[in-house]
Design a protein around this ligand. Structure first.
Ligand SMILES: [Zn+2]
Length: 260
């Protein structure tokens, strides 16, 4: 990245968010606002482009909080509901800017969202009065991919029931929802300045990343700074902060980082 790039953490919570409608705050201190977590997504902002990574069910609230009303492109990590079900909010943005917004992802993800949200991608001509085409689905092929002028290197990650895509843009990387990190992915991420990575819980999870894995992989990737995201009910901000090395910190909703 040669130009200034801003990373906004729109949400850093796992699938239920925190508080969870059924399980409440879990181990998280309800008095600490940094424990209030909407479902995970980030915004990558250059001078001219707003690239949204995932369309969380909390997207409307997140964009209003971040005072962002324009999205130029979307990168979906995978098709799970907690990363896609806010996609309808893009309809308003598409209408406001009279623009079809490109949505990038792997074949499984793009096929799935086109099927589930067909009215956004391929509306029935009989309903043109109400629905116009708002989104176009694009399956990732080139690597790195050029997304609105931003060079994005992507990696395939094992999330158990499906794959996820991780992303490296310049010296920044975003990797969530994977159960392991094969050597070829370590090589892609090695030496990034900023690594934003999932930390669902302190221990090991069969389909997600826990703290012990983050610490092991960080030894190999050697990022200057690590920010933990996609955190679940077992991760209290202050409790976790106390046990982390100085270059690793938990995220919180609204955290903004400037990169050069
Ligand atoms: Zn998932």
């Amino acid at each position: 990245m040669s130009e200034k790039t801003i990373i906004k953490i729109l949400g850093c919570g796992s699938s239920g968010g925190i508080p969870d409608v059924a399980f409440g705050w879990g181990a998280c201190d309800s008095k600490n606002p940094k424990n209030y977590r909407t479902r995970s997504s980030i915004l990558i902002q250059t001078a001219n482009i707003n690239l949204l990574v995932d369309t969380s069910p909390d997207l409307r609230h997140q964009l209003l909080s971040a005072e962002v009303s324009r999205i130029d492109a979307v990168f979906l990590t995978h098709m799970h509901a907690d990363h896609t079900h806010g996609i309808n909010e893009l309809r308003r943005i598409s209408q406001a800017y009279n623009k079809v917004i490109p949505v990038y992802g792997d074949f499984a993800t793009i096929s799935d969202v086109i099927k589930r949200f067909n009215y956004l991608f391929d509306p029935d001509p009989k309903n043109k009065h109400w629905y116009s085409t708002c989104l176009s689905g694009i399956v990732m092929k080139d690597n790195p991919a050029d997304i609105c002028g931003i060079s994005c290197t992507w990696i395939v990650q094992d999330h158990g029931p499906c794959n996820t895509l991780g992303l490296r843009v310049g010296n920044f990387a975003y990797t969530i929802e994977m159960k392991d990190m094969p050597p070829e992915n370590i090589e892609v991420l090695r030496g990034v300045d900023l690594w934003i990575v999932e930390c669902l819980e302190m221990g090991v999870n069969p389909t997600h990343t826990g703290l012990q894995q983050v610490l092991q992989w960080a030894e190999k990737i050697k990022p200057s700074r690590v920010i933990l995201t996609n955190m679940g009910l077992k991760i209290d901000y202050d409790t976790l902060s106390k046990v982390l090395p100085s270059h690793i910190t938990p995220a919180y909703d609204g955290l903004t980082i400037e990169l050069y």
